[in-house]
Design a protein around this ligand. Structure first.
Ligand SMILES: [Zn+2]
Length: 278
């Protein structure tokens, strides 16, 4: 296990499932805010806030994926080979569940970008980054974003599973804007889509040259999900800022909050933190 200084005691986040639910519900809440002609969602892609909600709730719902460790059925395996296949199968089940969750969150992000942006030219990564630059920056980045990003970079750097372009991306200093996570996560997603992401190996069976532990890989994918959820929250803040709606008090319809009215921007900036209760 690498000695990453960030994840030991530096990150205060609510559990991932709860974080997904909050992000999904926040999209519904932001879609309901308007003032005369100002509305945070101006896109005309035919997509709806409910679609983004559904995908991110799918991410919240994922618990396990089951794999058949011996799909070829009946291969003659000696006992150690069988034990290896079984252990690796269990790891891959966890790996895939995390990867599916990450991909569902990414789908929610793409829908959200289409909802926010009046221009729908398909370049969502760029559109989202520009939106953040123009309507979120130079505010301080959302709480816990920086330690999560640092932890993610640290884990990518130490791992042989991730391709060179992703490692190089994590080494650049171009990490000053809030759009960084969208870029780095799209690189991770592409490395999977284009086949350059390696499968993790179980700890006990690692070759000496392989420095990865299984928790290390699972954690990295989990951090990518966190970064996308935080980016979604910042995009929502950007959409409210753009329309001059971020100062408004709001009656939540879907959020679990004790208060009658909340400031949605304050909620979006802090609701994912385990050290703050709403
Ligand atoms: Zn870490």
């Amino acid at each position: 296990m690498s000695s990453c200084p960030h994840h030991v005691d530096g990150i205060h986040l609510i559990p991932i499932k709860q974080h997904c639910i909050l992000a999904a519900k926040s999209i519904i809440e932001v879609s309901g805010t308007r003032d005369n002609s100002a509305a945070p969602f101006k896109g005309n892609s035919g997509k709806t806030a409910e679609m983004a909600y559904d995908w991110i709730m799918n991410a919240a719902s994922i618990e396990t994926i089951s794999l058949d460790p011996d799909p070829d059925n009946g291969t003659m395996m000696c006992r150690p080979a069988w034990e290896y296949a079984e252990t690796r199968g269990k790891l891959l089940e966890q790996f895939m569940a995390r990867f599916v969750r990450f991909n569902f969150i990414w789908t929610g992000f793409e829908i959200l970008t289409d909802l926010i942006s009046p221009k729908n030219d398909g370049a969502r990564k760029k559109t989202a980054t520009i939106l953040l630059r123009d309507h979120y920056d130079p505010l301080p980045r959302i709480g816990e974003f920086d330690p999560v990003l640092e932890c993610f970079k640290c884990h990518i750097r130490d791992s042989h599973l991730f391709n060179t372009s992703l490692k190089e991306f994590c080494e650049t200093d171009d990490c000053t804007t809030s759009g960084i996570a969208i870029h780095v996560c799209s690189t991770l997603r592409n490395s999977f889509a284009h086949g350059s992401l390696h499968m993790p190996e179980p700890n006990d069976w690692n070759w000496p040259t392989r420095s990865n532990s299984d928790e290390h890989v699972l954690r990295t994918i989990g951090l990518a999900s966190r970064l996308m959820l935080l980016s979604i929250q910042m995009l929502l803040v950007g959409a409210l800022n753009r329309e001059g709606l971020s100062g408004q008090q709001h009656h939540p319809t879907s959020l679990f909050t004790e208060d009658d009215e909340i400031n949605l921007k304050d909620f979006l900036m802090t609701s994912h933190r385990s050290d703050i209760t709403w």
